[in-house]
Ligand binder design. Structure first.
Ligand code: FES
Length: 912
C-alpha cells in the first residue's frame, strides 16, 4: 500500500506499512535524518517533533497511515543554510545550541507556537516546550531564542554581529549551522549501505552465574551473520587501566554482577532478525542473591560480588590533631548525607558504527571523550597494532561523562573485526538505562566544627561510594571524593576516609564532576548547618575561612595556581543580601502560610584536569590555499571545544577565526591529546593549540623570509599573507605553501603543552590545580505538598579567562538545571527505573531565572590565563538548592533527591 503526503511542501510516497512510525519512514526509508530519536518510540523526549498540518506531533508515535494526504514539516524544510528561519538564526545567535540533539524538535515546537501566538509570554513558551527535553542548556537560551525570534518576526532586525575578537568575544559556534538545519550527522545518522545490525544479549538478573550458552539454534536463524561470545575475543577480554574486571563479554562460568551485564553479541542483516536470534539464544543462568545496599554488601558473610569483602578501594587523608581540634571547637555538626544513582540521559543514546576503512583499519565512529584510549582498548582486545585501529568522533548528542564508557566501542570493534563488514550498534533507551555507567551514590558521615568566633577547626568524614557491579573506574573514586570533601577552606585538622564498595547496582562510572559533586553536596550542606548554628552570614563565614593564594591545602601540598574563591564569593554577596532580604519579607508577610521562601548558598572547589596526561600535543598546518588547519583531540560533545579551539588558534596566529579549520578527534588524523574530561580541554589542549600555532608561524616566516629576502624579525602574519613590517611588500600564504612543497618542507608542525616541569613533585593523586565557584538559590516551598520551585539562581565561577563568554554562561546554565535535577527529582532505582518516563528529568517548566557571573582571576599556567569550567559548574548547584529548601522549611534535608515526600517528611519532623 502506498501512502502519499506532503513533506516539506513536496509530494512524497511511502510504501511502508501504514502502522510504521513516521520517524522511521523519515529516517530509514527517506534518509532524512534531521529528525532525531532519543527514546524507544515512547514519545518521552520530544527529539522527534515534527509539524503535522502545523501542529507539533511526536513522529515516533505517529503512524504513517495517519498522515496520508496531510502536510508534514521537518527540520529540513524549516530553513536552509542560505535562508534560515528566524528561529534558526536566533538559536545560533544567543547560544541555544550545545550538543544540538534536541534542537530540531525544539525549533519545530517553537515554530508551531509562534505560528499560533506571535507574541508569546514566557509562560507560554515554557509550556509549549514542556515536552521537549534538553539535557545541555538548562533551557534558558532556548527560551531567549524564541523570544528574540518572536520580536524579529514582528519587527525584522539585523542579526547580532559575531564577535570580532577571537578570545573573550562571544563567538558563535562553528558547528551550530549544521545542527539547526538538521545537516549535522551524528553517529546514528551516518549512512552506511549494507551495514549489519548488532544487538547485545544482556543479563536479566542483578546477580547470576552464567552456567552455559548454546548459540547453535540462534546462529542458524534467518539473516544472522554471527553470534559472538567471549570465545571469539582474539586477545584480551577487558579494559586495562579502565576497569579491573569488567569483561567485554562474560565467559561461561563467571558471574553476571548487574542487570545488563553483557553476555553475547548478535549480528544480523536487520534489527528484527537480530532480535529473533536473541530470543533463540539458549542460556543457562542461575540467579544469585543480590544487594544494592552498601551496608549489606559489607556485612560479614554477605553475598560475594567482588574484591576483598566487596570493597574495591580506599583513600584517606589525615592531618593535624582531630580530637584536639574538636575539643577546641564551640560548635560541632554531625550529619549523614546520601545521594542517589544518577543517569546521564544524554539525548543521543549510545550509537556507533564500525567499518573497515580505505586503509584496512578497524574503524569505529561514535561519541566519546577519549578516542585514543578507545583505540588502544580495541587494539589490545584484538591483539592488533595500534595503527590497525581507528576511532573517529562525529558530532555527539551529549555525554556528561557517560560516553567515556569503553564497552560499546569494544563491542563494535570486535564485530567489525570478525565480520569485516560495517556493523551498527544503537542502544535502546531502556538498554542505556540498564547498561551505561551511573553516578556513584555516596553516603557521607561527617563531623565539622568551628570555634565560637566562626573559624573552622575540624573535619572528619567517612565516605562510602557505591561502585555497583563493576569497577568502571570506580577504584579512583575515593581519591576524588576525598579531594573535594575539604573544599577551599582552612582546617586545623582533617580525617577523611573514602572507600568504594561493590554492590549489584549498575556499574558506576564517570558522571559530570566525577566523584566530587557528592562530596561537595555533603560539605556545603554541613557547612550551612554549622553556619545556621553560629547564626552568622554564609558569605562572610566562607570568606573568613577560605584559603588564600598559593596556600597549603588540607591535602598536604600548596596550590600551584591562582584561586579565585574569595572573588566569586564577593561576586555573589550583594545578590545574597538582596535575596535573603526578599525571602525574609515574604515569610514575614505570610506567617503560617502554606508557602515559604528560602535562600541557600554553596561554594565549591574542583581539581580540574586530573583525568588525563600532563603533556598534550596538537598539530598545526598551513593548507595549500593558505588557510590554517589545526589537529587535536578534544571531542566536542556539546561543550563547544571546536569553537574554543578555533578561537585560541586564531588568537595565537593573530588572524580571524574564518581562516582557521579544526580537525578534531580522529585517531587516524589527529594527535593524542588524551582524555577530555575533568574540564581540561581548554587548558591543556588549548595550550597545545597555542604552542602549535607559534611553531607554525616561525616555520612560515622561515620560508617567507627567503621568498621576500628579509630577516624574519621584519615579518608579520596577516589574514592571508605574510607582509614586511612598515613596507608594502608581501607574499600570499598560498604562495608560501607552494614554496614549502617545492623545497620539501612539511607544512604541518607539532606543538605541545606540558605541565610536568611546573609540578614540584610527581605522584598519582597529586595535581594542585583548582577552580572555584559559588551558587545562590532562591526557592519557594509548598509546605502542604512538599513541592519546591527554584525561582532564581546566581552562579559565579572563576574561569581564569573566558575564551567564549556566551558559551561559558551556557555551560553554567545547563549545569544549574542538571544540579537542580539531582537536588529535587532525579534518582535511578536499580530494577525499577527503565527509561525516561520513570526518571524525572527537569523540563522547561523547572527552569529558574539564572544569572551567571564570570569571574576572571587569570591562571599563571594556562594559555591566555584560562582555567576550566564545564564539569565544575555542576557542583554548587545542588547544595545551594538544598540549603535554600532547608532554610525555607526550617529543617535540614540530607538525602537527595529532595522529592516532595522527603521534603514533607522533613517538615513533619519539625512539627510532629
Ligand atoms: Fe539540547 Fe544537547 S542542546 S540536548
Amino acid at each position: 500500500m502506498t501512502t502519499s503526503f506532503l513533506l516539506n511542501e513536496q509530494l512524497v510516497q511511502s510504501n511502508s506499512d501504514p502502522i510504521t512510525p513516521l520517524l522511521d519512514v523519515l529516517r530509514n526509508e527517506l534518509g532524512m535524518t534531521g529528525t532525531k530519536q532519543g527514546c524507544d518510540h515512547e514519545g518521552e523526549c520530544g527529539a522527534c517533533t515534527v509539524l503535522l498540518d502545523g501542529q507539533p506531533v511526536r513522529s515516533c508515535l505517529t503512524p504513517l497511515g495517519r498522515i496520508a494526504g496531510r502536510s508534514v514539516l521537518t527540520i529540513e524544510g524549516l530553513g536552509t543554510e542560505g535562508n534560515l528561519h528566524p528561529l534558526q538564526s536566533t538559536f545560533i545567535e544567543v547560544g541555544a545550541v550545545q550538543c544540538g540533539y534536541c534542537i530540531p524538535g525544539m525549533l519545530l515546537a517553537s515554530k508551531a507556537l509562534l505560528d499560533r501566538e506571535p507574541h508569546p509570554g514566557r509562560a507560554q513558551i515554557l509550556s509549549a516546550l514542556e515536552g521537549n527535553l534538553c539535557r545541555c542548556t538548562g533551557y534558558t537560551r532556548i527560551v531567549q531564542a524564541v523570544e528574540l525570534a518572536a520580536q524579529r518576526l514582528q519587527n525584522p532586525q539585523a542579526a547580532l554581529a559575531p564577535a570580532s575578537r577571537p578570545i573573550g568575544g562571544s563567538a558563535l559556534r562553528s558547528d551550530s549551522l549544521g545542527k539547526v538545519t538538521g545537516k549535522a550527522e551524528y553517529a546514528e545518522d551516518i549512512k552506511m549501505p549494507g551495514a549489519l545490525h548488532m544487538l547485545v544479549v544482556r543479563s536479566p538478573h542483578h546477580h547470576a552465574l552464567l552456567r552455559g550458552l548454546d548459540a547453535s539454534r540462534a546462529a542458524n536463524m534467518p539473516g544472522v551473520k554471527r553470534i559472538i561470545t567471549w570465545r571469539d575475543i582474539p586477545n584480551l577480554n577487558g579494559f586495562p587501566d579502565y576497569s579491573l574486571e569488567e569483561p567485554v563479554l562474560t565467559p561461561v562460568g563467571d558471574t553476571l554482577r548487574m542487570r545488563g551485564a553483557p553476555i553475547a553479541l548478535i549480528v544480523a542483516e536487520n534489527e528484527e532478525q537480530a532480535a529473533a536470534a536473541r530470543e533463540a539464544l539458549e542460556m543457562d543462568i542461575e540467579a544469585l542473591p543480590y544487594t544494592f545496599d552498601m551496608d549489606e554488601a559489607l556485612k560479614p558473610g554477605a553475598v560475594h560480588i567482588a574484591g576483598d569483602g566487596n570493597e574495591l578501594s580506599r583513600y584517606a587523608v589525615q592531618r593535624g590533631d582531630l580530637e584536639g581540634a574538636l575539643r577546641a571547637s564551640g560548635h560541632i555538626v554531625e550529619a549523614t548525607f546520601e545521594t542517589a544513582f544518577l543517569e546521564h540521559t544524554a539525548l543521543e543514546r549510545e550509537s556507533l558504527v564500525g567499518r573497515i576503512d580505505e586503509a584496512g583499519r578497524i574503524t569505529v565512529l561514535g561519541g566519546t571523550h577519549q578516542p585514543h584510549n578507545q583505540q588502544r582498548y580495541i587494539a589490545e582486545m584484538l591483539g592488533l597494532p595500534l595503527d590497525q585501529v581507528r576511532v573517529i568522533v562525529p558530532p555527539v548528542g551529549g555525554s556528561f561523562g557517560g560516553k567515556q564508557d569503553p564497552w560499546p566501542f569494544a563491542a563494535v570493534g570486535l564485530a567489525t573485526y570478525l565480520l569485516r563488514r560495517a556493523v551498527r550498534l544503537i542502544y535502546s533507551r531502556r538498554e542505556s538505562f540498564d547498561a551505561s555507567p551511573k553516578r556513584h551514590p555516596y553516603r557521607v558521615q561527617c563531623r565539622i566544627a568551628a570555634t565560637n568566633d566562626g573559624k573552622l577547626t575540624a573535619l572528619s568524614a567517612r565516605i562510602d561510594c557505591n561502585t555497583g557491579g563493576y569497577d568502571g573506574a570506580g577504584r579512583y573514586i575515593p581519591n576524588y571524593a576525598v579531594t573535594a570533601m575539604g573544599g577551599a577552606y582552612r582546617w586545623r585538622a582533617v580525617d577523611i576516609l573514602a572507600r568504594s564498595v561493590y554492590t549489584n547496582g549498575p556499574k558506576s562510572g564517570q558522571y559530570r564532576g566525577f566523584g566530587t559533586a557528592q562530596s561537595t553536596f555533603a560539605l556545603e550542606c554541613a557547612l550551612d548547618e554549622l553556619i545556621e548554628k553560629l547564626g552568622v552570614d554564609p558569605v562572610e563565614f566562607r570568606l573568613r575561612n577560605c584559603i588564600g593564594q598559593l596556600e597549603d591545602v588540607f591535602l598536604g601540598y600548596p596550590l600551584l595556581d591562582t584561586l579565585g574563591y574569595a572573588q566569586v564569593l564577593k561576586a555573589v554577596k550583594p545578590h545574597y543580601q538582596q535575596f535573603a532580604k526578599e525571602a525574609e519579607s515574604f515569610n514575614k508577610e505570610n506567617p503560617g502560610g502554606s508557602v515559604r521562601r528560602g535562600v541557600g548558598l554553596s561554594g565549591m572547589w574542583y581539581r580540574f584536569g586530573k583525568a588525563g596526561s600532563l603533556k598534550v600535543e596538537a598539530h598545526a598546518e598551513l593548507a595549500g590555499d593558505g588557510h590554517f588547519i589545526f589537529y587535536c583531540s578534544a571531542p566536542d560533545y556539546g561543550q563547544g571545544t571546536n569553537t574554543v579551539m578555533s578561537q585560541m588558534a586564531a588568537e595565537a596566529l593573530g588572524v580571524g577565526r574564518e581562516r582557521v579549520e579544526i580537525v578534531n578527534a580522529d585517531t587516524g588524523r589527529t594527535p593524542n591529546s588524551d582524555i577530555q574530561g575533568a574540564s581540561r580541554a581548554t587548558f591543556f589542549v588549548g595550550g597545545a593549540v597555542k604552542e602549535a600555532a607559534a611553531v607554525l608561524v616561525l616555520s612560515i616566516f622561515d620560508v617567507a623570509a627567503e621568498l621576500l629576502d628579509v630577516p624574519i624579525e621584519r615579518l608579520v602574519l596577516m589574514a592571508d599573507k605574510v607582509a614586511i613590517r612598515d613596507n608594502e611588500h608581501s607574499v600570499p600564504l598560498s604562495e608560501v605553501a607552494r614554496e614549502f612543497d617545492r623545497i620539501g618542507k612539511s607544512r604541518r608542525v607539532s606543538g605541545s603543552f606540558d605541565l610536568t616541569p611546573q609540578l614540584p613533585e610527581q605522584r598519582p593523586e597529586y595535581l594542585p590545580l583548582f577552580i572555584t565557584g559559588a551558587h545562590l538559590a532562591d526557592v519557594r516551598v509548598d509546605m502542604e505538598t512538599g513541592v519546591v520551585k527554584v525561582l532564581r539562581v546566581v552562579a559565579a565561577h572563576d574561569v581564569g579567562r573566558a575564551v567564549n563568554p556566551l558559551d561559558a554562561a551556557g555551560q553554567i546554565e545547563g549545569a544549574v538545571v542538571m544540579g537542580l535535577g539531582a537536588a529535587l527529582q532525579e534518582e535511578y532505582l536499580p530494577g525499577l527505573t527503565d527509561g525516561i518516563s520513570q526518571y524525572q528529568l527537569p523540563t522547561s517548566s523547572a527552569m529558574p531565572d539564572i544569572q551567571t557571573i564570570l569571574v576572571e582571576v587569570p591562571s599563571r599556567l594556562g594559555p591566555y590565563g584560562v582555567k576550566g569550567l564545564g564539569e565544575a559548574a555542576l557542583l554548587p548547584s545542588t547544595p545551594a538548592i538544598i540549603n535554600a529548601v532547608s532554610r525555607a522549611i526550617g529543617s535540614r534535608l540530607r538525602t537527595i533527591p529532595a522529592t516532595p515526600e522527603r521534603v514533607l517528611n522533613a517538615i513533619r519532623g519539625r512539627r510532629p
